[in-house]
Write a protein that binds this ligand. Structure first.
Ligand code: NAD
Length: 485
């Protein structure tokens, strides 16, 4: 793959303050090199986005913008093979997964928000006035302006377009900072923007690192009007400090330590299949993934045994090999982090039900950041393994005895992103849905997404909600117009 560098004002710049390697996590070999954008490039990207706000883009109606975004979705679909290759090279995830999830959802985000943005609601309040003429208050929505979009590496195209699509549909312009681990699809998207005729400067990409680098230059830039960020909670704290300067609004989708609560009356096959996906999909690198499983005591042993049996069917291997269904972690650095939790679990006396180490991989794959999917039992709730987000293919399973205990366990800890509940008792499901403190609660399912629904985290898992009409409050400014008739 060729290095594309930055995409600023409709043109690629193969330049930056330094070159950096993007590593293929499947082999550990350098996949390609790209460039770290310096302050001057970030300045130019923001200036291009600012200028585009008063160019041809500003003169388009919402319907015209929507038509362009639908063309964009179609063009991504037409070039899906290229996006798929770029995504698999960056992440190492199975091509089958990316071809069913990341790439089609990346395209669908644009058509979805093309349809949704025009439905942004306003209010109208007729009111009496002392002179008898009356007054009317009504809402006008305008684009917020230049939006900084800072993205993680786990679902690079899907999560980036989840923010870029509503931003553009509402008439904003964007400067995107993809993860330094996975810059390919965001950068490739620039080509498609040009192909379908999105005016130059509307979509810009600057590549580089976070603190002390491109990410910080962008989020602390005085001419940014809002920051939408998906990533770790600790990074969110740094970005929020940067946003405080200049009072810029933020929309944050942050970390999680999601629980699954499994009752003895559940449909066991569904619960096993669901928790299997929620703990191990994308090598456990899904923000909504489950790392804590609580099982009602009578079912505990059976559940552990059945989940462990399923885990043994996971086949790590070349992402293009249809027989493999389990990819590597994103990087060696991340593998070291996850392995440190594997070591902590052992040191704290966990029973390692399955996994716990590094698999033997053949040939070139031996250099990749592969890791074994792992299940533990027997740790106290105070364990770091149960308290902290690991973001790997691992989970701890513990028994519980009552509904109240299950709720307390699920709600423990600083995060509140998502949870799943497995039971056939729908009264209980609704009762618990009202008590579990998360942004998304799934009942007898996981990752069943409806793009119209509010998406985000409570507690330290985020600020604000995106999705459907909800994110439009972030991507537009509401102006109340009051007219004395
Ligand atoms: P990260 O926070 O390390 O990095 C995310 C992005 O922020 C990268 O582009 C990075 O370069 C940039 N960044 C880092 N420090 C910065 C700084 N000081 N200023 C500006 N930018 C900075 O996250 P990650 O490791 O890429 O992704 C994994 C994390 O993302 C996990 O915590 C996961 O839970 C979270 N996540 C959350 C959601 C959600 O919807 N809530 C979705 C996916 C991932």
């Amino acid at each position: 793959m060729k290095s594309l560098g930055q995409f600023i004002d409709g043109a690629y710049e193969e330049a930056g303050t330094s070159r950096f390697n993007v590593v293929d996590p499947v082999t550990g070999e350098v996949a390609y090199t790209t460039y770290e954008a310096g302050r001057d490039q970030v300045d130019r990207a923001v200036a291009a986005a600012r200028a585009a706000l008063s160019g041809p883009w500003a003169r388009l109606s919402a319907a015209e913008r929507g038509a362009l975004l639908r063309k964009l979705a179609n063009r991504i679909a037409e070039r899906s093979e290229e996006f798929l290759r770029a995504e698999v090279l960056d992440t190492g995830k199975p091509a089958d997964l990316a071809s069913h999830l990341d790439i089609p959802r990346g395209a669908a985000n644009f058509s979805f928000f093309a349809d949704t943005a025009p439905m942004a609601m306003g209010e109208a309040f007729p009111a009496p006035t002392p002179d008898g003429a009356g007054a009317l208050n009504y809402t006008l929505r305008t684009p917020r302006g230049v939006i900084a979009v800072v993205c993680p590496w786990n679902l690079p195209l899907l999560l980036m377009t989840w923010k870029v699509a509503p931003a553009l549909a509402c008439g904003n312009t964007v400067v995107v900072k993809p993860s330094e681990e996975t810059p390919a699809t965001a950068t490739l998207l620039g080509e498609v923007m040009n192909e379908v005729g999105i005016p130059k400067g509307v979509f810009n990409v600057v590549n580089g690192f976070g603190a002390g680098s491109t990410g910080e230059f962008l989020t602390s830039h005085p001419d940014i009007d809002g920051i939408t960020f998906t990533g770790e909670t600790v990074t969110g704290t740094a970005i929020m400090k940067a946003a405080a300067e200049g009072i810029r609004p933020v929309s944050f989708e942050l970390g999680g330590k999601n629980a699954a609560v499994v009752f003895a009356d559940c449909d066991l096959d569904r619960a096993i299949a669901g928790t299997m996906r929620s703990a191990f999909l994308n090598c456990g690198q899904v923000c909504l993934g489950t790392e804590r499983i609580y099982v009602e005591r009578p079912l505990f042993d059976t559940f552990v045994e059945k989940l462990a049996a399923q885990v043994k069917t996971l086949k790590p291997g070349d992402p293009w090999d249809k027989a493999s269904n389990f990819g590597p972690l994103i990087s060696e650095v991340h593998r070291q982090k996850v392995l440190s939790y594997y070591a902590k679990a052992k040191a704290e006396g966990a029973t390692v039900v399955t996994g716990g180490g590094i698999p033997d991989m053949p040939g070139k794959l031996a250099g990749g950041s592969w890791i074994e999917p792992t299940i533990w039992t027997g740790l106290p709730e105070s364990s770091a393994v149960i308290q902290e987000e690991i973001f790997g293919p691992c989970c701890h399973i513990a028994p519980f005895d009552s509904e109240d205990e299950a709720v307390a366990l699920a709600n423990a800890g600083p995060y509140g992103l998502a949870a799943s509940l497995w039971t056939r008792d729908l009264s209980r499901a609704h009762r618990l849905a009202a008590r579990i403190e998360v942004g998304t609660l799934w009942i007898n399912s996981w990752f069943l997404r409806d793009l119209r629904a509010a998406f985000g985290g409570s507690k330290k898992s985020g600020i604000g909600r995106e999705g459907g009409l909800h994110g439009l409050d972030f991507y537009t400014e509401q102006r109340n117009v009051c007219i004395h008739l």
